[in-house]
Write a protein that binds this ligand. Structure first.
Ligand code: PEP
Ligand code: MG
Length: 325
């Protein structure tokens, strides 16, 4: 099996009936790019920039950030790199920001909420990203978007910083795609409206599942409710994909679910365009998708959406796997 996977390193990911999907990787630092390329990653689907801010005693300067972003873009040699702006808060703390303790950190002042308030922090990151954009294929993505006005405000700040850089004579790419993470149910439900304004969506199932099921992703006592295959989650994913495709946008997924062999057949059937996962999952996922027919998986997904529980969905997927063996 390992030999088979190695052969797939420089192959595209194509279903048996000829549908291409993109397999991308999630990374946390520029050093992770080597593993992405070794494992045949076609893109970086999620660069979690939090690590730049963690493990130091003050905010990273624009220069430090620029060097890191540029390095990832250059190492990826023109392949797409989706950089997520700062997603601090919740499970990820920054001691030097000295934020007040909250009763419900996962529902609190975090990610884009913090960035829209602390514009100094946000603008520095946006400038670093815009400067780095001249060195590769950059896509920018905002985390934890709950409302259209948050997206518009964040986009406005990006445009302001871009205009400033241009007036300073600093080169900025004109091709930067701008997207959002869909990880809050309100945004999944309103995806048709968002799809008119964003270039792409990336579904963050790690959070989407916890917010939809009201089950803390860190709490083992409610882990039984953390159900990726719950038809409620699948229906939200479908809504997002359909809404995006109606507007000609692409949809990725960068939560753990995207690399999960039980979820992959359903996600292929629902029409997901990009799957972003840990680098080591890419070759197994490619091998799996190459053996599946998308039209069969459409039928499978349609059945899954009409089921009443996660257990039934798992049994359904397992039944096609046994049939294939
Ligand atoms: C997600 O929520 O699915 C996601 C990819 O982001 P994180 O795991 O960093 O919250
Ligand atoms: Mg998240």
């Amino acid at each position: 099996q390992v030999e088979e996977w190695k052969k797939l390193r420089s192959e595209p990911t194509v279903s048996k009936d000829g549908v291409h999907v993109e397999l991308a990787a999630n990374i946390g630092t520029p050093n992770d790019v080597a593993g992405v390329l070794e494992n045949g990653g076609e893109a970086v689907g999620l660069y979690r920039t939090e690590f730049l801010y963690m493990g130091r005693d003050k905010l990273p300067s624009e220069e430090i950030q620029y060097v890191a972003y540029k390095s990832v873009l250059e190492k990826m040699e023109g392949k797409p790199v989706v950089v997520r702006t700062l997603d601090i808060g919740g499970d990820k703390e920054l001691p030097y920001l000295d934020l007040p303790k909250e009763m419900n950190p996962f529902l609190g002042f975090r990610a884009v909420r913090l960035c829209l308030d602390r514009q100094d922090i946000f603008r520095t990151q946006l400038r670093a990203l815009l400067r780095a954009s001249a060195h590769g294929n950059l896509r920018i993505m905002f985390p934890m978007i709950a409302t259209l006005s948050e997206f518009r405000e964040a986009k406005g700040l990006l445009e302001e910083e871009k205009a400033k850089l241009i007036s300073e004579g600093i080169p900025v790419s004109e091709e930067i795609q701008l997207g959002i993470m869909v990880e809050i149910p309100s945004t999944a439900v309103l995806a048709d409206q968002f799809a008119k304004e964003v270039d792409f969506f990336s579904i963050g199932t790690n959070d989407l599942i916890q917010y939809t099921m009201a089950a803390d992703r860190m709490n083992e006592r409610v882990a039984y409710l953390y159900q990726p295959y719950n038809p409620a989650i699948l229906r939200l994913v479908k809504m997002v994909i359909d809404a995006a495709h109606r507007e000609g946008r692409w949809v990725g997924m960068c939560g753990e679910m995207a690399g999960d062999s039980t979820a992959i057949p359903i996600l292929l059937g629902l029409g997901l365009d990009e799957f972003s996962m840990s680098a080591t999952s890419i070759l197994p996922a490619r091998s799996q998708i190459n053996k599946l027919s998308r039209s069969d998986m459409q039928a499978l997904a349609a059945k899954a959406l009409e089921m009443g529980s996660a257990e039934e969905v798992v049994a359904l997927v397992e039944s096609i796997e046994t049939a294939a063996e």
